[in-house]
Design a protein around this ligand. Structure first.
Ligand code: NDP
Length: 274
């Protein structure tokens, strides 16, 4: 019998996860169903209880429930614990396992799909919210020269730099800065702010970019974001968050089913649709 999975969020109608996981299942010959699940804003825990009772095997978690999912999980992966956020749940043996595949998905997209190694690179992360937190440990594991975190609220960037500095190889490998003090250029710049959702540009200076910069916006849309346009105008190669979305889904699928789907063809097909 087909095993049940879903993606939980509020809102959820826009989610492309059912399309992605259905394609993965067909490709790998796995017998699963995958649907959207709208949870009430104040009813996440009850929704999870219901899914477990109904025999679901796992779920992806999206806005605004990633922090609650980390609290609800009975077992956390190292990367989910470091991020303080969970985007993938697996229900097995009476436990709720929580993982965070957003950061690994981002790294897979940069390294595998864009063909850009992060080793010894200067990486700038704009933003210090959940998505930035999830990205830091997986990026650090690629052994970059440095990671500089810039955030509108400076104190949040300082606290992330302090926390993730504990996982660094060198004292100054992870550091925080204000937007006004960004000193570039950087090899890789990741926009992990939610500014693009409001069609706004985070106040990153043009000097952060060069013709050798890869500028990635975690947001995906059917046209380039304001950040991508700005980066491109200043010589950078740009990328949106669709590859990250597909790669984080592949990581989640591998966790649930023990087989990692191939992502290249799906990503190409999704890009040609949008
Ligand atoms: P959060 O709400 O947790 O964090 C938002 C961050 O953006 C904060 O650092 C905030 O700064 C900053 N910010 C918001 N508006 C502005 C602005 N106008 N100028 C500068 N900084 C701003 O969001 P998430 O971390 O969950 O998500 C961030 C982005 O990543 C979203 O666009 C989301 O869609 C995308 N994402 C994409 C994924 C994918 O698979 N492609 C997966 C996960 C996220 P402050 O602290 O000062 O408020």
């Amino acid at each position: 019998m087909s095993e049940k999975y879903c993606v939980i969020g509020n809102p959820i109608a826009h989610s492309r996860s059912p399309e992605i996981h259905t394609r993965f299942a067909a490709q790998t010959g796995q017998d699963i169903s995958y649907e959207r699940c709208l949870a009430p804003v104040d009813g996440f825990a009850e929704t999870i209880q219901r899914l477990v009772a109904e025999g679901y095997k796992g779920a992806n978690v999206t806005v605004p429930f990633k922090l609650q999912a980390a609290q609800l999980a009975t077992v956390l992966s190292d990367r989910a614990r470091a991020a303080g956020a969970v985007n993938t749940l697996r229900f097995a043996d009476g436990q709720i396992f929580g993982d965070n595949t957003d950061g690994p998905g981002l790294v897979a997209d940069i390294v595998k799909n864009a063909g850009v190694s992060l080793q010894d690179k200067r990486v700038l992360i704009l933003g210090a919210g959940g998505a930035a937190r999830g990205a830091l440990l997986p990026i650090l594991r690629e052994r970059p020269h440095c990671i500089v975190i810039a955030n509108r609220t400076r104190a949040t960037a300082d606290s992330l730099a302090q926390q993730f500095g504990q996982h660094a190889e060198r004292a100054d490998q992870v550091r925080a800065t204000g937007f006004e003090d960004i000193a570039g250029p950087f090899d890789v710049i990741i926009n992990a702010t939610s500014a693009s959702l409001a069609a706004e540009l985070p106040p990153v200076p043009a000097s952060a970019f060069s013709k050798d910069t890869l500028a990635l916006d975690m947001m995906y849309a059917d046209k380039p974001t304001v950040f991508m346009e700005f980066a491109s105008k200043h010589g950078a190669t740009t990328r949106d968050g669709l590859g990250m979305l597909v790669e984080q889904a592949a990581e989640a699928f591998a966790l649930w089913r023990g087989v990692r789907p191939e992502t290249g063809e799906l990503l190409k097909a999704m890009r040609s649709q949008s």
